[in-house]
Design a protein around this ligand. Structure first.
Ligand code: LLP
Length: 422
């Protein structure tokens, strides 16, 4: 069951709510619209897949979407959190996440943030020699031993856009196996500051083949065998996030959370490990549409353009990664509307400002609603205020069909506040 569907008469619905009706009720500006029940269903799919694996943790990658209301909901459903900055850690704590289900990741963690992590007792991934030194220093300042996992760079090609690949040997993330012994010795040398509890890897994002996860997990359990052979009692295997979704809406059968977990289940059992996963996109992307209005239609040379009010400022993935996100109109086209191939573009002063290229659409009238699908992950969280297009408001459809605002849209007045008192 998916939250966004077209009715036979051509209207887009979010659960049982007509998107057009929402557009008429809310502020006249681009907005993000989520389905709260879809968020629940996505978490349940992971929980069901993890049944039978003791003490597993679903660490939601907060970077994908940091809406506070969404975080509270995910926490209530039992998720932990994966953090990449001190502010994400603070936010997770504010949202009530259990620190023992939180993992602090990153290749450039700063001392101040590590001290907070140490005080709160979250898991910390060790990324480099200097990172280990900083974690030791943080443990001393906090007066608390830190539970650490070694982030190993397994050199498995995730077969994705280079900007979202992280587990190749030349990437900036993690530790290469040649250096593993150095890290084990360094942990041994700091028994009062560090407790090694596991190993972590993250291969990349938008991965659509589970074999890639399996190849990495095979390497990882071998590393865990090596680590255990030196007397460390490590219990956790963290296989990171990265499961892709069907951005193309092509009906292609993509791996599900169950497929992902099933491909590593036996390995995890064979070593009696606790599994940590760090999904972002596969929990939140498909729960949301970015809703826009058509400002007008124009033609230049051989190109037709649909110009909308939203832009690369609110949703940068197409511009940054050439990412495809499915686009459709929220209402039926008049019978006479001609179907053409359009680039869907925003008002920002850059030719990189497009939401979709070469899309077949019925020529829309001014004011028609147009959505960009699968906008729940890495869209609002990567939004900027470029061209002073302020960050948009967010709404969700609740279980009972009511529509609630879950974040205010930023305003010009918000912007001017940065200069008050200067
Ligand atoms: N764990 C680690 C260590 C990560 O670096 C990431 C994402 C995740 C988990 C979550 O991965 P996911 O399940 O969401 O694929 N802005 C890009 C994606 C960047 C992903 C960065 N790391 C995009 O819009 O596609």
């Amino acid at each position: 069951q998916h939250c966004f569907t077209k009715s036979p008469d051509g209207f887009l619905y979010c659960e049982d709510t007509k998107v057009q009706d929402v557009m008429e009720k809310v502020e006249k500006r681009p907005f993000y619209l989520y389905s709260k029940p879809q968020i629940t269903r996505n978490v349940e799919a992971y929980k069901e897949a993890l049944e039978g694996l003791k003490n597993s943790i679903i660490g939601y990658a907060i970077k994908a979407n940091n809406n506070f209301k969404i975080l509270q909901h995910l926490r209530m459903l039992g998720c932990g959190a994966v953090l990449v900055s001190g502010n994400e850690l603070k936010l997770a704590l504010c949202a009530g996440f259990d620190p023992t289900k939180c993992i602090f990741n990153g290749n450039g963690k700063i001392l101040e943030d590590l001290v907070l992590a140490a005080q709160e007792g979250v898991f910390v991934n060790v990324d480099s020699e200097f990172d280990l030194e900083n974690i030791v220093a943080a443990a001393r300042i906090a007066g608390r031993k830190v539970n650490v996992l070694l982030r190993i760079n397994p050199d498995v090609d995730p077969q994705v856009h280079p900007y979202v690949a992280t587990g190749n040997k030349n990437s900036k993330f993690g530790i290469r196996n040649e250096k593993l012994q150095w890290f084990l010795d360094a942990v041994k040398a700091h028994p009062n500051e560090l407790k090694l509890v596991g190993a972590h890897c993250h291969l990349g994002s938008t991965i659509t083949k589970v074999d890639i996860f399996r190849d990495a997990a095979v390497l990882m359990v071998n590393y865990i065998d090596e680590i255990r052979a030196q007397g460390f009692e490590v219990d956790y295997l963290n296989i990171g996030g990265g499961l892709g979704i069907d951005y193309y809406h092509s009906g292609a059968v993509l791996p599900t959370p169950r497929d992902l977990i099933d491909t590593v289940r036996e390995l995890v059992h064979s070593r009696n490990l606790n599994l940590i996963i760090e999904p972002g996109r596969s929990l939140i992307a498909n729960t949301c549409c970015f809703v826009n209005r058509v400002t007008g239609v124009k033609t230049n040379g051989t190109k037709n353009f649909v110009v909308i009010d939203g832009s690369m400022a609110e949703l940068i993935r197409p511009s940054l990664y050439d990412a495809y996100q499915h686009i459709e109109l929220v209402s039926p086209a008049p019978p006479a509307a001609e179907v053409s191939t359009f680039d869907v573009v925003g008002p920002v002063c850059e030719s990189a400002d497009f939401l979709g290229k070469e899309r077949e659409l019925p020529t829309p009238a001014k004011g028609t609603g147009l959505v960009v699908h699968d906008a729940g992950a890495y869209c609002m969280s990567m939004a900027s205020t470029y061209n002073l297009k302020m960050r948009p408001p967010e709404y969700w459809v609740e279980e009972d069909g009511s529509v609630t605002k879950i974040r205010h849209g930023e305003t010009f007045e918000d912007h001017m506040r940065f200069f008050e008192g200067l």
